[in-house]
Design a protein around this ligand. Sequence first.
Ligand SMILES: C[S@@+](CC[C@H](N)C(=O)[O-])C[C@H]1O[C@@H](n2cnc3c(N)ncnc32)[C@H](O)[C@@H]1O
Length: 277
Amino acid sequence: MQSSIDIVTFYDEHPINLSEILSRAKDSGLALDSLKAEDLWRWDQDHYGGLDAVDALLQALEINSRSLVIDLCSGMGGPARYLATKTGCQVHGVDLNASRVDGANELTARVKLDHLVSFSCADICALPVADNSFNCAMSQEAFLHIEDRESLLAQIHRVLEPGSKFGFTDWIAGDSLSESHRERFASTFAAGRIVSADEYTRLLEAAGFRVEGVTDLSALWKKILVERLEMFRSLEKETVEKFGQLRHDTYISNYEFFVERITCSDLGGARIISTAI
Ligand SMILES: C[S@@+](CC[C@H](N)C(=O)[O-])C[C@H]1O[C@@H](n2cnc3c(N)ncnc32)[C@H](O)[C@@H]1O
């Protein structure tokens, strides 16, 4: 299903952005010239479940100081900086949106993690990365934007050494997700293809991965997303100042629809862990 909105603009106008993160840090009394990675963790994670969700991937993927991790669709870079801080691993994040890549690099330099963590701008379906460059891959709440999941998984397999772990969290279609729901998600969230957990397993196996585990996160997400909607509502003043009232109102109304679908179990979430064979 063709998505009618531009994904780069969608994230250029996202309520979580560089200036928002820095102004929140400043308003909390932090000195912007001596920030530490942990100072930003409250604001720089753009997925559901914050640090607990990154920790779950860290554990499942057995990330340690020898890990060379590629973070696919790395956003503002919060998860990458968290992994590097916790384990001493190296992380390279890739994101399509130049303003998020610039923001992620700036925040990483500010917290002095640029010896371990870097970001570049690219489409993850055409990764400008040599074969077998990484021994771990991860992603959170981003593959929903990518319709050609077959090419995506083939790319990820190509850049991983055999035996590497690959784990991600993503939206999962429930049995009751209707065509009209799918159309609305395509036109509002640039989510043109939402697959079921079984379909993901088939796609991963076809791309050369062995699926190690699928964890249903739907019940957890129901609670988290209601809170996240409240957080976006609380950012009204800042979002309106930056992007205008229409953008704020549209974002909130689309998010309400999203939370409704999650609450009704039309949509869910999962963490999927696999190994490249
Ligand atoms: C919800 S954010 C998740 C950010 C990050 N994973 C996190 O948890 O903080 C989704 C990200 O996917 C990126 N994205 C969407 N389509 C992409 C593509 N084809 N290639 C690379 N990045 C993409 C967006 O620019 C956005 O930063």
